[in-house]
Write a protein that binds this ligand. Structure first.
Ligand code: SF4
Length: 313
């Protein structure tokens, strides 16, 4: 029997339907102004996905800026996302969509073509609406909590998380974690919680230092105590570049490194280590890095039969 402990990651590739977003979070390194980001065409996406076949990629992470719910382009935006999911499935990949706030009907539709979905809760404190989220209507905490509840009602395996270091106080972390724990106790659908340290990038308008990574293991340890044990804690390894602190995060209870992608679209200034190097660092401390699917085993029976068939293939 191996003495190694296991840590998981998802071999993934990101498709961005559009970078345009009607919100303006000041720490954002992703968004473009509406009209300034040509949408990804199905033909272009198909060309990219075909090149990925037989390269070990399983998850297609569909990540998009948000088109305003009242915009005349909203329906076309939604249909493009849906078509990208269908395309990914048709080519043998498993989609995981995270495109911001959805209507109940939109979420229900996307649940038919995604093996899991995601939305960061970030922080529940309303104080951020006066600061980093002043011009981000989608970051109203109640609206985001509602999204988590809808995903639960729809039995969609879900990923959420906290963005740490955007102006909140430590007590706000516990309030946000407690809300996630409660919603999971009700619906049982939260498969993982990401603890993402804010990391300044070159494209944002906010002038702030990054989250103090030395605090991250303590936050992870407290989160591990607060959250039900069937929720996996995830940290993005490219945002914890010091291997000593990365290992401290695992010792504190993180057990997943999320999607390892060629380009972190949300944090483009922070590339991932090459997988062999990451494996070597982890192995030196007794961890074995193993790939996983974008849906955790305990949720696979929740999926529509067509998606279960995709999983089997
Ligand atoms: S963080 Fe997300 S919601 Fe905020 S501006 Fe960037 S893309 Fe839009």
């Amino acid at each position: 029997m191996s003495d190694y402990r296991t840590i998981t990651y998802s071999p993934a590739y990101t498709l961005v339907p559009t970078y345009e977003c009607f919100n303006r979070c000041t720490y954002c390194n992703f968004r473009a102004n509406p009209g300034d980001s040509p949408w990804l065409t199905i033909e272009d996406a198909e060309g990219r996905l075909k090149q990925l076949r037989h390269q070990g990629v399983c998850e297609i992470l569909i990540l998009s800026g948000e088109v305003h719910p009242q915009s005349s382009l909203r329906q076309a935006w939604f249909e493009r996302i849906y078509a990208l999911c269908q395309l990914a499935l048709s080519l043998g990949f498993l989609p995981h969509t995270n495109v911001g706030i959805l209507s109940f009907a939109e979420m229900r539709s996307l649940g038919q073509v995604n093996v899991s979905m995601g939305l960061m809760l970030e922080q529940l404190t309303p104080n951020l609406r006066q600061t980093v989220h002043r011009h981000a209507p989608s970051k109203v905490p109640e609206v985001r909590l509602q999204q988590l509840a809808w995903a639960g009602e729809l039995r969609i395996p879900f990923t959420t998380g906290l963005l740490l270091g955007i102006g909140e106080k430590p007590e706000d972390w516990w309030e946000t974690l407690d809300a996630i724990a409660q919603i999971h106790c009700h619906y049982g659908h939260i498969q993982e919680v990401i603890l993402q340290p804010y990391s300044p990038g070159s494209q944002e308008s906010w002038d702030a230092s990054g989250f103090d990574l030395y605090k991250l293991p303590d936050v992870i340890a407290k989160a591990r105590q607060m959250l039900p044990s069937d929720i996996t804690l995830q940290i993005p390894p490219n945002l914890v570049p010091d291997s000593q602190w990365l290992l401290a995060c695992l010792a504190a209870g993180a057990r997943d490194l999320g999607g390892i992608v060629p380009k972190d679209e949300v944090n483009p200034d922070y590339p991932h280590l090459h997988l062999p190097k990451l494996k070597e660092i982890l192995q030196s401390a007794g961890w074995k890095l193993v790939p996983r699917l974008p849906v955790y085993p305990q949720y696979q029976s929740w999926l529509p039969s067509r998606l279960q068939e995709s999983l089997r293939q």
